[in-house]
Design a protein around this ligand. Structure first.
Ligand code: ADP
Ligand code: MG
Length: 229
């Protein structure tokens, strides 16, 4: 459903050029739970940003459902981001003075009926185990509760791909486990790609392990069968 073909990404940093990704080729399928690992600065976030259409590749091609993106317009990229990708990034913060319910409803604004929005939001909140906290404001939530709300929001548009950049970075180990278990559940009918520092956290559930080193794929292995619903 998604393929990177010899993708390279260069950043200009003052006079120097940083080669953040070098000839990266990966093919992803639905139902995969992919763990992306590697040391800080190796290119993990760049990889996710390119997959999510938040950043443009310098050369190569990103193939989406069989279609090359080389001639994508800004509008094509917008459509792709809006319909195909759910982001679970730490920088995608919740609105602190709004409640869990309001934050999730905001992601459902494409649904014209207020009543239907409310119904869908409550179902998503239930799915991530946040029903008891639905009227709590964003600023009052623990790290794990925030991340679960972010996941509910990412699920709101029912996109086929979920991208998570270090979703457990600021969490205690118990909350981290819950967030990973939730993402695993989500991967039953989506492609989930999770960047993490900590392989132990995902070792029990990842179906594939990709190690990035210095902008290149150092290792790419299926480690478990996918289990579609
Ligand atoms: P990781 O997420 O694995 O820590 P990144 O993808 O953030 O790594 O960064 C990969 C490399 O690209 C690093 O050397 C980083 O400094 C550089 N880089 C990332 N974003 C930019 C940018 N916007 N401008 C210049 N260099 C960048
Ligand atoms: Mg990063």
């Amino acid at each position: 459903m998604l393929e990177l073909k010899q993708i390279s990404k260069d950043y200009q940093a003052g006079d120097a050029v940083v080669h953040a990704l070098k000839n990266v080729s990966i093919r992803f399928r639905r139902h995969e739970f992919v763990a992306v690992l590697g040391p800080s600065g190796c290119g993990k976030t760049t990889l996710l940003n390119i997959i999510g259409g938040l950043d443009q590749y310098t050369s190569g091609d990103l193939i989406i459902s069989g279609r090359s993106t080389r001639d994508f317009s800004a509008r094509d990229w917008d459509t792709y981001r809006n319909h195909s990708i759910g982001f679970v990034f730490q920088s995608y913060n919740l609105i602190p003075h709004q409640t869990v319910l309001q934050n999730v409803e905001l992601a459902l604004m494409y649904i014209p009926s207020r009543h239907e929005r409310r119904r869908r939001a409550l179902a998503l909140i239930d799915r991530v185990g946040m029903t008891p906290f639905r009227h709590h404001r964003g600023s009052k939530l623990s790290g794990g509760q925030k991340q679960r709300t972010v996941i509910a929001r990412a699920l709101a548009k029912d996109s086929p791909i979920i991208l998570a950049d270090e979703p457990t970075g600021n969490l205690d180990s118990e909350s981290a486990k819950e967030v990973i278990a939730l993402l695993k559940e989500v991967s039953a009918d989506k492609l989930v790609i999770v960047v993490t520092h900590n392989f132990d956290q995902v070792a029990d559930c990842a179906t594939r392990e990709i190690r990035v080193f210095d902008g290149q794929i150092e290792r790419d292995e299926r480690i478990r069968e996918t289990t579609p619903v």
